[in-house]
Write a protein that binds this ligand. Structure first.
Ligand code: PEP
Length: 249
């Protein structure tokens, strides 16, 4: 049995006072839940979150990371630094990083590998655009994104890691993939990994992301290959995020 994970990607939102209120509500709300829950605040708030989450059943993650350990890379943050601030997870290859910041498959794979090597759990985001889906290229795109990581890091690096399938057309749009559309891609992802290593594929947590809300989470998380969610907008509202966490329980 794979333990479900619900991950809240705050993107570039939050303030010291808003975070404190949200995190206090979440810390109370996740008590007793069986699933794993994590929040991904912007970098400057990691220290605040680390303190507020001390001893809580709520983990911390970051939204991106450098592939380098240290050096002259202005503006970058290394995996080791994230670990010092209590991060357990890190998103790599979120579609906003790929499209707005030109992160290539190769760079995403390097970030995945660097995270893994430092002991962070990378959450590898993959997914197709609307144009790609309409052209029947969903499988091709997702496979290309996964193969970049498998080629660079090897299948063993996926052991204990997390993949998030996030159709780009569903992120922040209010349009959600149907449970069957999502399940189909999740099964294909697991199948691809299984062709390298069946036990790793079997244990791999594959999250769905893209306009998950309290009203659609239960059905999505009920699919056999959907092991939780990567949540954007709804993760900023304690009541909604907690309702989604309960749907994963
Ligand atoms: C995301 O940012 O990864 C995401 C899925 O956002 P939203 O839930 O707002 O679609």
């Amino acid at each position: 049995m794979r333990r479900k994970l619900v991950a809240g990607n705050w993107k570039m939102h939050g303030s010291l006072s808003l975070n404190e209120q949200l995190l206090r509500e979440l810390v109370l709300g996740v008590q007793g839940l069986e699933c794993d829950v994590a929040v991904f605040p912007p970098f400057p708030f990691l220290a605040q979150a680390q303190v507020l989450l001390d001893g809580a059943a709520l983990c911390l993650g970051a939204q991106t990371v450098s592939q380098h350990s240290f050096g002259a890379f202005t503006g970058e943050v290394s995996p080791g630094m994230l670990k010092e601030f209590g991060c357990r997870y890190v998103l790599v290859g979120h579609s906003e990083r790929r499209t707005l910041f030109a992160e290539s498959d190769d760079l995403v794979a390097a970030k995945f590998l660097a995270s893994r090597e430092s002991g962070l759990i990378p959450v590898l985001c993959v997914g197709e655009t609307l144009l790609e889906r309409e052209a029947g290229l969903t499988g091709v795109v997702v496979e290309r994104q996964l193969l970049a990581v498998l080629d660079k890091a090897g299948v063993a690096a996926l052991g204990g890691a997390v993949v998030a399938y996030e159709p780009v057309w569903a992120i922040g749009t209010g349009v959600t993939a149907t449970p069957l559309q999502a399940q189909e891609v999740h099964a294909a992802i697991r199948g691809l990994v299984a062709s390298y290593d069946a036990p790793i594929a079997d244990g791999l947590r594959i999250l769905y992301g893209g306009s998950v809300k309290p009203g659609n989470a239960l059905e999505l998380f009920g699919q056999p290959d959907i092991d939780g969610g990567l949540i954007g907008a709804a993760s900023l509202i304690a009541k909604d995020f907690l309702a989604i966490c309960r749907a994963a329980n």
